[in-house]
Design a binder for this molecule. Structure first.
Ligand code: ADP
Length: 483
């Protein structure tokens, strides 16, 4: 691996400040999804190592929580600066293990770092409250305290930012973290941990355990010493983990799947809508939980929008993310390719038409042609399931009312987008959409300052923003009598 700073390429897990191998000595190979090349190995750990990490976190958390918010802020600030200082290496590592184009990977590193900076600032602002007392002899106060040890389980689609979005607020609040990164992308996680240690995050405050997801997940969720689980991933795994957390009544934050509608009304600026659609649909090759999944276009502009979108899609360049000018890398693995193929085949079998793409790309591996389908309907799999790939599926609608019914007819409720130039409609539709986040005349909505999260079966809780710190804090009410 050719990084300018080899210390960022870690092939060991981090427990209690020590870089270590699995007890069994077992290793897990990690491959580049663009070439199939072996990148390196990480330890294949299990429940025993996870329990050891919990013990280390419990010890370390006490002293970390005793530090002032200002002190924790300074450490986080150093971590933020180190991440940006090593942006190029971190981006390269990310592209190698995840596939996204290098320019996008640089963007993710900056995005990931922004959470560390944000929560370094918020560390100083976990204000309490003084409540006017209904009884004359009492004084009522609310303070905020860290929840304790946090288990974080993260996905491969944002190997860097999904970690900082959990670890930064947890550390800011005074919690310690046991992180299990996605098996496909452990190197970005380990590099972040190496930089955290260099920044002065004490041993045991941030642990990274790689290996058997189910075994580690069970150990983390079964432990009464873990106070909180923060998970980002599929709804299926989220449901499982939520059930496991019931036994010890943990606080739980879940950021699960989405099935975002992207709506183009007849009064929209079509060129802006096309641009927003490309950004929302094809970012990370369609592999984000807020990617447009169902594109609803009103009858009167349907053909024009489809034509303009297909023209824009034809300009997207597929290739190895390390090459200059590439806009779409490979899908993460063959399972992902099969899902995309199945969704396209199902849609075509049920009457959809192919305008563009639709097949694997000549480059092989996980590469897939960016695809545009028209005349997609609610009966097709694409309407109900997250495709997580480069397929723009265009549905047709007549009235706003019918549209809202279709857009909300899903168990998911993460993001939604729409384009319209009618102010009254903008408020009406934004309020009627059943989801946690709405993009109005934009296809890109995320940054560190806003609350990210979903309703319905897209999750619980919010990440980022001033609300994000609350997920790692408990309220404690103090009642002073005899005053
Ligand atoms: P995806 O299908 O996109 O990979 P997953 O929900 O399977 O999404 O994965 C998200 C994260 O959850 C990954 O870190 C993965 O290893 C982890 N994971 C998967 N299954 C389990 C499980 N049974 N227990 C704990 N973690 C799991």
């Amino acid at each position: 691996m050719s990084l300018s700073k080899p210390f960022l390429f870690r092939q060991q897990a981090l427990i209690g400040g020590l870089w270590c191998q699995a007890d069994s000595g077992m290793l897990q190979p990690i491959y580049n999804p663009a070439s199939g090349d072996l990148l390196g190995h990480v330890p294949h750990m299990g429940a025993e190592e996870a329990r050891r990490a919990i013990t280390a976190a419990v010890e370390a958390q006490k002293a970390w929580a005793r530090r002032t918010g200002h002190e924790r802020a300074r450490v986080l600030r150093r971590w933020f600066e180190l991440v940006l200082q090593h942006q190029e290496d971190l981006a390269r590592l990310l592209t190698l293990e995840q596939g996204r184009p290098l320019a996008e990977a640089r963007g993710e590193i900056a995005y990931g770092a922004s959470f560390i900076e944000w929560f370094a600032e918020e560390a100083k602002r976990s204000y309490g409250d003084v409540i006017p007392s209904p009884q004359a002899d009492k004084r009522l106060v609310v303070i905020r305290q860290p929840v304790g040890v946090v288990a974080a389980i993260t996905p491969w689609n944002f190997p860097n930012a999904m970690i900082t979005r959990k670890a930064a607020p947890a550390l800011a609040a005074g919690c310690a973290v046991v992180l299990k990164p996605a098996p496909q992308t452990p190197f970005s996680a380990l590099a972040l941990a190496a930089l955290a240690a260099e920044a002065g995050v004490p041993a045991g405050v941030l642990n990274v355990v790689t290996g058997d997801a189910a075994a580690i997940g069970e150990a983390l969720t079964a432990s009464p010493q873990v106070a909180k689980l923060s998970f980002t991933g599929s709804t299926a795994v989220g449901r499982k983990l939520l059930a496991l957390c019931a036994n010890t009544v943990k606080r739980v934050s879940l950021e699960l799947g989405g099935n975002a509608p992207f709506i183009v009304f007849e009064d929209a600026d079509l060129d802006a809508a096309v641009e927003g659609c490309i950004a929302s649909k094809f970012r990370n090759n369609g592999q984000t939980c807020v990617c447009a999944n169902r594109i609803y276009v009103q009858d009167g502009v349907y053909e024009a929008f489809a034509r303009k979108l297909a023209d824009a899609v034809r300009k997207l360049r597929v290739g190895n993310g390390l090459e200059e000018g590439v806009s779409l890398g490979p899908l993460i693995d063959q399972r992902a390719v099969h899902k995309v193929e199945a969704h396209v085949a199902d849609a075509l079998a049920q009457g959809a038409q192919l305008v563009q793409g639709g097949t694997r790309h000549a480059l092989g591996h996980g590469f897939f042609e960016p695809t545009v389908l028209v005349e997609v309907t609610q009966a097709m799999r694409i309407a109900q399931e997250e495709t997580f790939g480069p397929v723009a599926a265009l549905f047709r609608f007549q009235s706003e009312r019918a549209l809202l019914e279709m857009a909300n007819a899903t168990e998911y409720g993460l993001a939604a987008y729409f384009y319209s130039r009618d102010q009254a409609r903008c408020w009406r539709v934004a309020e009627a959409l059943e989801c946690g986040m709405v993009g109005i005349n934009t296809g890109l909505i995320t940054n560190e300052a806003v609350p990210f999260g979903g309703v319905k079966q897209s999750g619980l809780g919010r990440e980022g923003s001033r609300y994000g710190l609350d997920e790692y804090l408990e309220l404690k009410y103090l009642c002073f009598g005899g005053q």
